[in-house]
Design a protein around this ligand. Structure first.
Ligand SMILES: *Cc1c(COP(=O)(O)O)cnc(C)c1O
Length: 450
């Protein structure tokens, strides 16, 4: 069963959770230990985005031009997974929002389109960004094309070579894609001088993109997750879902989403948090890989967003900015840190987190594909695995909970990972406790402002 909305039901505002949080977010700090001012962000981001990054307004209007582009695929469908429920023999009801219907195949264009719009408004000519697995790069390539902006993407070299079709997709949408480390930037040249065969990393690619944006007046940087404005843009997911649940006269008891930097989790869960803030009982669960257990085992501390330490310091759950991600197949969930908003809510026990191992996630994804037809992204499989755990617990207890998760994307570009799973070549990996403890010593030392 599918629950559909009309195009005129695309939300007219984004929801800003800061207005409903019991405590204000921790300040973001500059290299001198003082809070970063909005002006300091101006070389990288457009005014509209900076305003949203620091806003405490509950409702922020979605520009008409952005809603027009959203109409290409939004509102996205809410599905009831009746075949999966039957296969599991659970009394629980399982619903999911399908963000895989966007042209790029994930939720990421919800923010890419908004960011491209505010840049166009500000007279930016070119956007530069980094991409790991390619999902953010393709979303920004699409969005840049929609608003007539040039897009330059530093793609981690190993992915550039191993995921040629994500690269062709970006090029089809007119983006220029460069394998990182590159000789374009000082950051890239430094890495290549030490290791000419470097495979690259997200941290290096971020450093390259930020360097280009900082040096060129007509060029801005765009980030696909983690920051407050990105989570804000993603709230269209949860806002639509609330209308869809209203249509069928139901309401979730628990909401699940995969969590990398936190944008699709925030997007689906935050609008429901507004109901929790006014007394409704509801559980919001972020699901992460056991191999990159940022929320469940990381430190809540100030840390950098990148390997080189070029970004401001954010108070967040972190595994250390020099965290080397193990080679798991959910590329979008391999970040060392997490959204400051998600981190704070988790620290204050207002949301929950679970970690799942890789084999269980693919097992869940294959079961989902066989029952519901859609082949999910490996990231989305994390939420599915957690939902299946809960649905089976309901079977034991006889409870008929309403479970809802975000299907953040489809897996059509990730079939090599499914191949390896089906061939029995994937293994589980729990991030070692020694590494987590060792990261504590490498966290930057800061005096926290009170
Ligand atoms: C990028 C990505 C994620 C993880 O990023 P978040 O910012 O945590 O949402 C999850 N699923 C898909 C399909 C992605 O592309």
């Amino acid at each position: 069963m599918k629950v559909l909305l009309e195009e005129n039901e695309i939300p007219e505002h984004w929801y800003n959770i800061v207005a409903d949080m019991p405590n204000p977010p921790h300040a973001v700090l500059g290299p001198d230990g003082n809070p970063v001012t909005p002006e300091a962000l101006a070389p990288l981001f457009p005014a509209g985005v900076i305003e949203q990054e620091v806003s405490a307004e509950r409702w922020i209007p979605i520009p008409q031009e952005v809603r027009e582009i959203y109409r290409l695929w939004r509102p996205s469908p809410l599905h009831r997974a009746t075949r999966l429920e039957a296969a599991l023999g659970t009394p629980a009801k399982i619903y999911y929002k399908n963000e895989g219907v966007s042209p790029a195949g994930s939720h990421k264009p919800n923010s890419a389109v908004a960011q491209a719009y505010y840049n166009k408004q500000d007279g930016t000519k070119k956007l530069v960004t980094e991409t790991g697995a390619g999902q953010w790069g393709s979303s920004l390539a699409l969005a840049g094309q929609m608003f007539g902006l040039e897009v330059l993407v530093y793609m981690v070299k190993i992915s550039y070579e191993q995921k040629p079709f994500r690269r062709s997709m970006m090029q089809t949408w007119g983006a220029n894609v460069v394998a990182s480390p590159s000789t374009d930037t000082q950051a890239g040249r430094d890495v290549l001088a030490k290791d000419p065969d470097s495979n690259g990393s997200l941290g290096v690619a971020i450093s390259e993109a930020v360097e280009i944006a900082a040096q060129n007046d007509d060029t801005n940087y765009a980030l696909g997750s983690v920051l407050n404005h990105v989570l804000l843009h993603q709230t269209v997911i949860g806002l639509e879902a609330k209308k869809q649940f209203e249509k069928v006269g139901d309401y979730p008891d628990m909401i699940f989403a995969p969590c990398g930097g936190g944008s699709n989790f925030g997007g689906v869960a935050f609008p429901f948090f507004a109901d929790m803030a006014s007394g409704k009982s509801l559980r919001l669960v972020a699901v992460e890989p056991a191999s990159c257990p940022t929320l469940t085992r990381g430190h809540f501390a100030y840390d950098f967003g990148d390997v080189a330490g070029l970004t401001p310091l954010t108070k967040m759950y972190t595994l250390g900015h020099d965290f080397m991600p193990p080679g798991i197949h959910a590329g979008g969930l391999r970040y060392h840190g997490d959204s400051a908003l998600v981190s704070q809510l988790y620290n204050e026990k207002l949301i929950e987190a679970q970690a799942v191992n890789q084999l269980e996630t693919f097992e869940a994804g294959v079961e989902f594909a066989r029952q519901e037809g859609i082949v999910p992204a490996p990231e989305s499989n994390h939420a599915i695995a957690a939902v299946i755990r809960e649905a089976l617990a309901c079977k034991e207890s006889g409870e008929a909970k309403t479970l809802f998760f975000n299907l953040s994307g489809h897996g059509h570009f990730d079939m090599a990972s499914y191949d390896r799973y089906l061939a029995g070549e994937l293994t589980d990996y729990d991030y070692p406790e020694e590494e987590i403890q060792a990261a504590l010593d490498r966290l930057p030392k800061v005096d926290e402002p009170v």
